[in-house]
Design a protein. Structure first.
Lengths: 192, 162
């Protein structure tokens, strides 16, 4: 059962500077779009990364929509119910995070932190094609502590059915924790 | 790393030399942004030193030996000229040559350099390669997760940093 206690309208999907076209393509699968709509999402902003070849839609979806493209950005309208917008990159990521109600992101630490600091519900999708994937460590730990959910492209549908209102807010660190520690290390203060 | 410096009283830490990988333009602009956020009279002096990377992500260990060697040679005159009191680093390949040379200054009794290492936020259960090396060189070894501290006896966990 999907809880309806959070009103989602805008979804932001981001791959950062990585290459993760599998995630972008997964979002536009019929079963994923269905669940997004059932969550109330009407607008999906996808940040695709460099050299994006254009939307690759599920054949079941493609018949039902219109595609517009202008200067590297694509807009897909699906039966007037959901709009997908594709951009390769944003100068101001913070602004896109701020505008969204839910973020689906690659497992980069920087992106995860930005989203968590802005207290937005976050689903991290692990790129299984990356070897030596220690970013998974981080996603698992942050999930264990209840700050986000993580999944793979294959389990995205199931993961979206979880209760995002149950996630804990991640608080920013106290500004002087490290400087006080460092002062103490070099004998500048008694560390009190 | 720059996030950690935000709370620092720059007056006590001057001059500051930022060592960054020559290909790293993001850090370059972030350093300038951080330095400009500090009031002029509290700022002191800072310099940016670009050095070659000793290892890029996923580079093989064999070729890393040569690139590291090059990075070390490149860093020698810089470190011996600066003779730092404190080296603060957070783990990318860039920091290994600098820390190694800092350690050398110490063993040669030229300067009692303090090396402070902060392991990456990504590392919750295992150490990075830099971490494994610096376990032997660093005076202070900070990890950002309690579960990692439990495994590494000599590490310090000082609370949430990011």
């Amino acid at each position: 059962m999907i809880k309806e206690n959070i009103a989602f309208k805008n979804l932001f999907v981001t791959v950062g500077t990585t290459k993760f076209s599998k995630l972008i393509d997964t979002i536009t699968k019929k079963e994923v779009l269905d669940i997004l709509q059932s969550l109330g999402i009407t607008f999906v902003q996808l940040q695709t990364g460099k050299d994006f070849p254009g939307p690759k839609l599920d054949p079941n979806v493609e018949q039902l929509c219109s595609i517009r493209s202008e200067s590297g950005s694509y807009t897909v309208e699906l039966e007037k119910k959901i709009t997908l917008k594709y951009n390769e990159y944003f100068e101001d990521f913070n602004n896109e995070i701020e505008k969204s109600d839910l973020v689906i992101s690659h497992a980069g630490a920087g992106t995860c932190l930005e989203v968590l600091h802005k207290k937005k519900p976050l689903l991290v999708v692990i790129n299984e094609d990356l070897m030596d994937n220690h970013q998974m460590e981080l996603a698992e730990e942050l999930e264990n502590q209840g700050y986000l959910y993580h999944c793979t492209c294959n389990t995205l549908v199931q993961a979206l059915k979880q209760d995002f209102s149950a996630l804990k807010h991640y608080s920013k660190p106290e500004k002087f924790v490290f400087s006080r520690f460092l002062d103490k290390c070099i004998g500048l203060s008694d560390g009190k | 790393m720059l996030r950690l410096l935000q709370g620092l009283n720059f007056k006590n830490y001057t001059p500051r030399y930022y060592f960054i990988a020559s290909s790293d333009t993001t850090s370059l602009s972030k350093i300038k942004e951080l330095e400009q956020s500090v009031e002029k009279h509290k700022q002191g002096e800072y310099h940016i030193c670009k050095i070659p990377r000793s290892r890029v992500v996923n580079q093989s260990y064999i070729t890393s030996i040569f690139t590291t060697l090059y990075a070390i040679l490149y860093s020698i005159p810089l470190v011996f000229k600066i003779v730092p009191d404190l080296i603060l680093c957070n783990g990318p390949g860039t920091c290994i040559p600098v820390c190694g040379l800092g350690f050398l200054l110490k063993t040669l009794f030229i300067k009692d350099v303090k090396i402070v290492f902060v392991e990456s936020f990504c590392r919750t259960r295992t150490l990075s390669l830099s971490g494994k090396i610096l376990l032997y060189l660093a005076d202070v070894f900070v990890v950002q997760w309690m579960c990692l501290k439990d495994r590494i006896q000599r590490a310090d966990y000082i609370g949430q940093l990011m």
